[in-house]
Design a protein around this ligand. Structure first.
Ligand code: ADP
Ligand code: ASP
Ligand code: MG
Length: 332
């Protein structure tokens, strides 16, 4: 008889939690902790801190006819942030050193990152060349498509960092799983920038595909220990989804929490962990208010109210799918 599949734990890491080598070490340690407990980690990442804001700067500069190749422009800053992180994680050396086991994985993985940066540059040039002097604005559709590059880049860099630590992991494009629902009365801006996703989508096919990729991975990694494929992790993007017609859309600023909750519901996860830069949910913002109190345990409803009133550590919409599927949410 087949053993029951290992349960999923979904862990979401925000912008500051994916920005440095030390933070990636934490992600890797947390994945290993899950795997040692016989669980499958699903890591949902935000864009590296400040990158989503800089994507908006990139669009605004393109609308002001600034070329993305111009030194010091927002696109060059975005590029620099990612190339610096890649270098600090030692990924170039792994690709360049022919004695690295499976060096071709790092070579092609870095090509994906350079391909993403090239695509982003081309899109920005497209915005620049097609702008109207009389009405310099970008459509919500192009805004969503460009903003998505932050999470696409961080998740690809993360995949390479995780695998370089010997942790089995595959990358999933979250747009394949999360499809938005559109209503006839919805504004185009909302359907691209503040999209709604229903947690009831059938995830079976995608989960089967993930399982197949994990099995393939364990056969590529010769001599992989038993359990390698069974608890193989997944890294995917927060914030982004696809519209019913297949365009990229966003779940609103701070929406990676919602992506993680939706994925936890779809995977019927044991737990959703939100990893961030504060130690939990407090009675008020601990970074601005002294004597604030840590809330140890709270109902979904009260947490939702606090989030709606500005407790930014949780996106107000993220508790809906978690409550719907009864997934415990922890803040770390
Ligand atoms: P991430 O990038 O990890 O998603 P966010 O900046 O979105 O992080 O959320 C974490 C921030 O939420 C904290 O740095 C903190 O300043 C802020 N925050 C506001 N209100 C609260 C609260 N009541 N409890 C905890 N954090 C809060
Ligand atoms: N990167 C997106 C933002 O900055 C989503 C997120 O961080 O949750 O809004
Ligand atoms: Mg957030």
């Amino acid at each position: 008889m087949n053993a029951p599949p290992a349960p999923w734990t979904v862990m979401k890491f925000g912008g500051t939690s994916v920005a440095t080598v030390e933070r990636w070490q934490t992600i890797i340690q947390q994945m290993q902790r899950c795997q040692a407990n016989g669980e499958r980690p699903c890591v949902v990442v935000s864009a590296v801190t400040t990158v989503t804001n800089r994507m908006s700067d990139c669009i605004n500069e393109a609308l002001r006819n600034i070329q993305p190749s111009e030194p010091g422009c927002a696109f060059q800053q975005v590029k620099e942030v990612h190339l610096k992180l890649i270098a600090e994680l030692g990924l170039n050396s792994l690709a360049e050193d022919s004695s690295t086991p499976n060096a071709s994985f790092y070579i092609s993985g870095l090509q994906v990152i350079h391909g993403l940066l090239d695509d982003l540059e081309q899109l920005l040039n497209g915005v620049r060349l097609t702008r109207e002097e009389s009405d310099p604005s970008a459509s919500p559709r192009i805004h969503a498509r460009i903003s998505a590059f932050g999470e696409l880049l961080s998740s690809q860099i993360g995949l390479l960092a995780i695998r370089s630590a010997g942790v089995p992991c595959v990358r999933l494009d979250s747009r394949r799983l999360l499809t938005s629902t559109e209503s006839t009365t919805q504004q185009s801006e909302d359907s691209f920038l503040e999209a709604n996703v229903d947690p009831t989508i059938d995830a079976v096919l995608v989960i089967k595909e993930i399982t197949r990729s994990c099995k393939e991975l364990s056969s590529v990694e010769g001599g992989a220990p038993s359990g390698y494929a069974a608890t193989c992790g997944v890294i995917t993007q927060g914030f982004i989804a696809s519209t019913p017609k297949g365009s990229t859309c966003l779940l609103g600023r701070g929406g990676s929490d919602t992506s993680a909750a939706l994925l936890a519901a779809l995977f019927d996860a044991k737990r959703l962990e939100i990893w961030t830069d504060v130690h939990g949910l407090f009675t008020s913002d601990p970074r601005h208010v002294s004597n604030t109190r840590l809330i140890r345990d709270v109902s979904y409803r009260v947490a939702q109210e606090l989030a709606s009133m500005g407790a930014k550590v949780l996106h107000p919409r993220c508790l809906i799918p978690a409550a719907w599927a009864g997934i415990p949410v922890e803040i770390h």
